[in-house]
Design a protein around this ligand. Sequence first.
Ligand code: BES
Ligand code: MN
Ligand code: ZN
Length: 506
Amino acid sequence: MNITVKRGSLPDLDCEVLLVGHFEENKAPEGAARLLDEGCNGIIGELIDRGDFEGKLYTSSVMYTRGSIAGKRILIAGLGKKGEFDLEKLRGVFSKAAQKIRDLGITQMAASLDFGEMKFAIGDVARAAVEGALLGLYRFTPYKTLEEDKKGEISECIIVENRPELLEDIEKGAQTAQIISRAVYCARDLVSTPSNDMTPSILAERAAAIATEAHLTFEALGEAAMGKLGMNALLGVARGSAEEARLIILEYNGGKKDDPPVVLVGKGITFDSGGISIKPSDKMDEMKSDMAGGAAVISAIKAAADLKLPLNVVAIVPATENLPGGRALKPGDVLKTMSGLTVEVKNTDAEGRLILADALTFAKRYNPAAIVDIATLTGACVVALGDYLVGMMGTDEELKKRISAASDATGEAVWELPLWHEYDELIKSDVADIKNVGTRAGGTITAALFLKRFADECPWVHLDIAGPALLSTDKPYIPKGASGIGVRLLTQFLMDRSQASHVSHP
Ligand code: BES
Ligand code: MN
Ligand code: ZN
């Protein structure tokens, strides 16, 4: 979809459909809806007067202009109650409206962001509207070959604004939204791709292609190189698979040469069968999404580069399959990690923390200002927080605050769980330094405490995305399937950070 911002007014525009909004409380159309109403003999006013459209959130109504203005149709979208309206709702409104327009087979739309009075900055409004529309229109179709599954796309979206002083901010917001949405699409594509076409080496190739496009440096270590580094926990997980593991490293240097980077670490299990501690077959197919953390960091660093943020970022993705091959890890095996700590593998299905352990140790080589890891780590997090929330745990208050602020700004909701030190007891091993599982209860926290042993003194936050990574039902602007969770959150975190880069705390 080609998005442009134009100076002008909706009633003057020749377009297939004109999108405007309406709040429940409004007795008459306001903002751009009022202008259209005046140009069309009061059809919007009549629709409202007769009670045929109430402005309820996510509802909409189509009207035909019948030659009264150049535009062919009006789509009026409900904005809900004024007091409850926010940018998250606006994302949903634009998503639902765009989906409806696409369902009608319409390929060209224009919209106004003038909904009457508005307490949000116009640039943020533009960004939310464009993000909502783009994210809601996502479909994963590379494997669809049947004619009946081929549906048209909206090719053109024009944002119209009459107030010249707002144009620059709208343009910027729309640009940012397009860059970020492209990155989210990138993550969703990587996660949606089935594991037979998304092996560790293919993921590395995709990362290399993204790096070339975004001018990032790319490196991928194979098993021999990882062996030399002593990454035996990562290699231990990889032993059960015929596919060779990779450690994918992307670097973006937008900051000063000596600025310590933010290091993003993403879990890249391209398929998690559980290994010898094998999972039940029901829903095992969903474990193609166990590299969603990896996809998120690859896509976020791409967004940082596309946005030309003035800071240094490194993305690290330990990538392997977790399969029960003849040489696979067995329960009771002990591994010596790159950090030197030894781990007793009580359960081969707790593989994420094993590969992340070595990746975190590797990350510390960059002398990071902060490490943020993101992983589909525990089923316990889904039980605790459901499929809406990201679980957050970490060692640095300031860093957690910044992630929470990015969460508020993007709608990628995080909820903090405690790194409860008493539970350190639960991962003590009889034969090794630590073991890779605690009790079933509190499983998200013990997993994070395990990771903390490797993040060590470095300011660090861990994000458990097991719930929201792959959705079984639609959300207002996230179609079911791979959500791309984490991309907007991490990108916003990097944007905020690069704006406050003169501040010295982590
Ligand atoms: N990838 C899974 C976690 C997961 C579960 C992600 C459901 C998304 C949806 C992880 O590797 C895993 O299997 N964790 C185990 C840990 C347990 C053995 C301590 C779990 O949560 O059951
Ligand atoms: Mn597992
Ligand atoms: Zn896993």
